[in-house]
Design a protein around this ligand. Structure first.
Ligand SMILES: Cc1ncc(COP(=O)(O)O)c(C=O)c1O
Length: 512
């Protein structure tokens, strides 16, 4: 179906889809590209052919199968760096188990000290939020910053951004508890400890919940806040961004970038990456060590020596058969970066009384939406009175009708709860009241100022998540149209759900 000329590989999308996804989808409409990309049939076949044509051995041996693996791993490293416009001359590629694995590694290896700060924006995935526990345990301060807070910090003279309260009734960043425990195990490839204590500023290039895009110019501007007393390193979480937009690290000098390959081209799963500027990588010191990444170790004497970067940051034997699969993925993943958007179609859905059916989150309404909003449609369905329908029931109904979306908060509590108007304490209180029982986790009753008389309060029931239709390289307008058609047919002028707190109990709880 030709809806527009600005996407679709020069009109080839339909033929390409039939060839590369085809009957596997059984007529379904996949709208969960940020969850995982669709791998191509040709990619899977070429991978299978590669495995059946060769013997790949453990890369730490020195026989032909192992040398073949070593060569393929080296080729994959070069290919991934080339995808980001850089090479091993300037950047290290550390292969990890996942995007979360890359963040876990960075958290562990970052040179935290009692003079460090971990500053992160509210819109981060919880895999980035988890860094704060490590930073805090090593004595560093940590705190969340609003988007406006970042802009004010970068535009002003303050050495640190203004932090949002990190504890009930508190103000500002949380101070770390323990003394600094920066490892002094300086081995091959690692520099001496950095002269100025390092702090880390983290933001996602694209919000995985609502698809908002953040200014990559923040990277250089935050680095420019460094002084002789503190080095600001910048982490860009590109896991949700790179599947739909190229990222050139010669233009964006991020110290650390993390990503996940299954989000980029579907196959393999189980491999992620930490891409680090060499200068920043040299400051990283991992606590645990082991496996073939170690060149020598002694059993009784507490001593070991690493092979060098990047092995110094990798543990044991890499998932080498998965890494072999990167070859084909890189071929497809670099070809496909144009995605349709269909915000107007969803926003046009109205009940007979004129009320909008769809409340979209993110920056779809901005005048410059093309610049600040990615191809993700995160939304609630509203009844004719403006009250939300059950998002979990809607997700289940859509799935039964062959339209596959995600529901919940998609592991991004800052964007999700913030967009829904919920406060962190309210979420915690509800979880405690329910004794951390996550079944029926869909609604929360909270007190808000009355719309008719702000001096008074009213109890309102709000949803704890939304629906996310995320588009990727193999999304078609038909997929968004199938969603819109279903909503038009089954939700426009549908009767309200009734008492939201008693809404449908679904067997499967949402995943974060
Ligand atoms: C923005 C973002 N960061 C990090 C992750 C974690 O990646 P992984 O699933 O590979 O651990 C995700 C996964 O959804 C993500 O969307």
């Amino acid at each position: 179906m030709a809806y527009a000329s600005d996407y679709g590989y020069g009109g080839r999308i339909d033929a390409l889809y039939d060839e590369e996804i085809g009957s596997r989808m059984s007529g379904g409409h996949y709208l969960d590209a940020t969850g995982a990309a669709l791998y191509w049939n040709s990619q899977a076949k070429a991978y299978a052919a590669d495995l059946t044509a060769h013997v790949f051995g453990n890369p730490h041996s020195a026989n032909p199968p192992s040398l073949l693996t070593e060569a393929r791993v080296a080729e994959a490293r070069r290919g991934v760096l080339a995808l980001f416009g850089v090479s091993e001359e300037t950047h290290e590629l550390v292969l990890t188990r996942s995007g979360t694995g890359a963040l876990n590694l960075l958290a562990d290896a970052f040179p935290w000290s009692a003079n460090s700060t971990f500053a992160y924006t509210l819109s981060n995935h919880n895999s980035v939020l988890g860094i704060r526990s490590v930073a805090g345990a090593r004595g560093a301060a940590h705190g969340a910053v609003s988007e406006e807070g970042v802009e004010a910090w970068l535009a002003g003279d303050a050495p640190e951004p203004e932090f949002l309260p990190c504890a009930d009734g508190g103000a500002g960043a949380c101070k770390g508890g323990a003394a600094a425990q920066v490892s002094d195990d300086v081995s091959d490839g690692a520099s001496d400890a950095p002269s100025a204590p390092s702090s880390l500023f983290a933001f996602p290039a694209k919000d995985n919940y609502n698809g908002q895009l953040f200014p990559l110019s923040w990277v250089a501007r935050a680095q420019a806040k460094s002084t002789s007393r503190r080095t600001w390193r910048v982490l860009v979480d590109a896991a949700a961004y790179v599947p739909t937009s190229p990222l050139n690290l010669t233009e964006v000098p991020a110290d650390f970038v993390i990503m996940s390959f299954y989000k980029l081209f579907g196959l393999p799963t189980g491999v992620g990456a930490l891409i680090a500027r060499r200068e920043a990588a040299a400051d990283l010191r991992k606590t645990y060590w082991g496996g073939g990444a170690i060149f020598l170790a002694t059993a009784a004497l507490d001593w070991h020596a690493y092979r060098g970067l990047p092995d110094r940051l990798e543990d044991g034997t890499l998932p080498f058969l998965d890494i072999v699969a990167l070859h084909e993925g890189l071929r497809t993943g670099t070809r496909t970066r144009c995605v349709p958007t269909a915000r107007a179609r969803l926003r046009g859905l109205r009940h007979a009384n004129g009320a909008a059916l769809v409340r979209l989150f993110g920056r779809h309404g901005d005048a410059d939406a093309a610049r600040v909003q990615g191809a993700t449609l995160t939304f609630l369905l509203l009844d004719p009175r403006g009250e939300p329908y059950s998002y979990r029931a809607a997700a289940a109904e859509l799935a039964a009708a062959g339209v596959y979306v995600r529901s919940g908060c998609t592991c991004n509590p800052g964007s999700c709860y913030g967009g829904l108007g919920l406060r962190d304490e309210e979420i915690r209180r509800l979880a405690e009241a329910k004794h951390h029982n996550w079944t029926n986790w869909e609604w929360i009753q909270v007190t808000r100022p009355s719309p008719s008389d702000p001096a008074k309060t009213v109890d309102v029931t709000l949803p704890l998540g939304a629906l996310r239709a995320s588009l990727g390289a193999m999304s078609r307008y038909e997929d968004v149209e199938a969603l819109a058609e279903y909503l038009e047919r089954h939700y426009v002028d549908r009767a309200p759900d009734g008492a939201a707190v008693n809404a449908v109990a679904l067997a499967q709880p949402d995943q974060c």
